[in-house]
Design a protein around this ligand. Structure first.
Ligand code: MG
Length: 194
């Protein structure tokens, strides 16, 4: 049963998530580059800074934080040979039919709707930027979960921009009119913290 006395503060989880990505060689800028590439064809005036802000925005969601923490932990345990067999060998070899890595990552993008789901599928297949680097780093560490998790963060951040873009369009604006810090209208809500 859930024990309220053992509750972990959101800031601790958010920081642990960011540190886990950095420890595994993934910067927020790496993810923002994928977002930029995905969204620039549809968004006049979009800049890298808007994409970076969107990546930071989606990383505030617990769905993504929890998925990242679980996945990276499993990659690291597999790297240290600490999983039990046959799971150790399945994760270590990135067995094609395993699929739990994709399932966890896919489950975390639902917050951002169907655009995030289809974008995740696109990234899973085309492996853009750092996703490709992680995928081809085989033999140098285990990244079975990490490549999918990066795709889920990028897909969510891209979907978030797509939705924001419609709001801008309706008010006769483009990203050119938006300061990077203004890509997160949800943080303007009184009492909301960044
Ligand atoms: Mg994978």
């Amino acid at each position: 049963m859930f024990d309220k006395s053992k509750i972990v503060h959101s800031n601790v989880v958010a920081e642990a998530t960011k540190q886990a990505l950095i420890r595994r060689g993934v910067t927020l800028e790496d993810i923002a580059e994928i977002v930029y590439e995905l969204q620039i064809p549809y968004n006049e005036g979009l800049e890298m800074s808007h994409c970076l802000e969107s990546v930071k925005g989606v990383l505030r969601k617990r769905e993504l934080q929890h998925a990242i923490l679980v996945g990276i932990e499993l990659d690291e345990l597999a790297e240290q040979g600490k999983l039990s067999q046959p799971l150790q060998q399945i994760v270590e070899s990135d067995e094609g039919l395993f699929g739990v890595d994709e399932t966890i990552a896919l489950g975390s993008v639902f917050t951002y709707g169907s655009i995030a789901v289809t974008t995740f599928g696109h990234l899973d297949k085309n492996k853009t930027g750092i996703i490709n680097e992680l995928d081809t780093k085989k033999g140098r560490g285990v990244h079975t979960f990490l490549d999918d998790l990066v795709a889920s963060v990028a897909a969510s951040a891209a979907a978030r921009i797509a939705h924001r873009s419609r709001d801008l369009e309706e008010s006769g604006e483009t990203f050119e009119d938006v300061l990077p810090g203004d890509t997160m209208p949800e943080t303007k809500i009184k009492g909301a913290k960044i």
